[in-house]
Design a protein around this ligand. Structure first.
Ligand code: PMP
Length: 307
């Protein structure tokens, strides 16, 4: 490392800024008190704008270590948005080409962001959602195994491992071990699986709650209604104490309150996770709840919620 890099606090590229996100206390919602506190793990502070930077980096590093990824291969995967942007950002910083299979109806913010990073987008049917993109990406990977490295975020243990080795320990340190509840959304389930495993090993009494949309036709981007989806290989429901079924309208309502009363401009799934936390604190006398908010609201500006 040259002297200039040392002066720059050992930040050799933007990927060194992934993780170590802040934990922020909620103040403006009814039901909060000194006995009932909710903290937000603010994942939109990651350089690619979402929690998926952690999983993408972990899977890319794992691919390099296992010699599945080299400079001649293209990183290719299916993603409805945040993982795609994470691959594109990391690929651009580390010098890998990136191709993403994504449903044609992803919003304009995502399309333009991916194009800005130089990634190629391959569209799958808008009617088949994220499952259609998964199937298309698998076909491409099996047809051209020498061309593509497909991390396969739904079945890659390096995805939950990112959260077991970073998100979980960060939360534990930030609350000095005083957490009673951990709540996160379920998309691939990497965040919920990896973070819960770490926290349960530290203290098995911590209650872990996974949040899913309450039906298959929902508006909570990034979350999966598992009963009607291809079940991710990394998902083990028994690792969680409870599932919270989030209603889209109620989640949007909480999301809007997070912006108006807390100054946190967050995405849809953040509203769903905080909705789960607010319901949980109604049931108990004392709680220190940590909620993961995966991304920020700028990613959804064209979606019709903000006007
Ligand atoms: N919320 C948003 C906005 C996401 O993009 C994702 C990832 N699909 C999630 C929640 C769920 O995260 P995970 O894949 O770790 O379950």
């Amino acid at each position: 490392m040259d002297n200039l890099s040392k002066q720059l606090n050992n930040i050799n590229s933007i990927v060194d800024l992934i993780g170590d996100t802040p934990l922020i206390k909620l103040n403006g919602f009814n039901g909060l008190s000194s006995d009932k506190q909710i903290f937000i793990k603010a994942e939109w502070f990651n350089p690619g704008g979402s929690i998926k930077d952690r999983a993408a980096l972990s899977m890319i590093k794992d691919g390099i270590n296992k010699k599945k990824l080299n400079s001649k291969k293209i990183i290719m995967d299916s993603s409805s948005g945040n993982t795609a942007i994470a691959y594109a950002m990391i690929g651009s910083a580390l010098g890998f080409k990136v191709e993403l299979v994504t449903p044609e109806n992803i919003n304009i913010e995502r399309k333009k962001t991916l194009q800005a990073y130089g990634a190629k987008i391959i569209y799958s049917s808008p009617f088949e959602g994220s499952d259609g993109a998964i199937i298309e990406a698998r076909k491409m990977a099996s047809k051209f195994p020498d061309k593509y490295f497909m991390p396969d975020q739904y079945n890659n243990e390096a995805n939950p491992l990112a959260h077991y080795s970073t998100t979980g320990p960060e939360i534990w340190d930030q609350v000095d071990g005083k957490i009673t509840h951990f709540i996160s959304g379920i998309g691939t389930s990497g965040t919920a699986m990896g973070t819960s495993k770490f926290l349960k090993e530290k203290n098995p009494n911590i209650k872990t709650i996974g949040v899913q949309p309450d039906n298959s036709l929902h508006g909570l981007e990034g979350l999966k209604h598992i009963p009607s989806s291809i079940v991710p290989g990394i998902y083990k429901e028994s690792n969680l104490d409870e599932i919270f079924w989030a209603n889209t309208e109620e989640s949007y309502d909480v999301m809007e309150k997070l912006v108006k009363y807390e100054g946190m401009f967050v995405g849809h799934s953040g509203g769903a996770v905080v909705l789960a936390a607010l319901e949980e604190i109604k049931k108990i006398e004392q709680a220190i709840v940590v909620c993961v908010i995966p991304d920020g609201g700028y990613r959804y500006l064209s979606g019709g919620v903000w006007w």
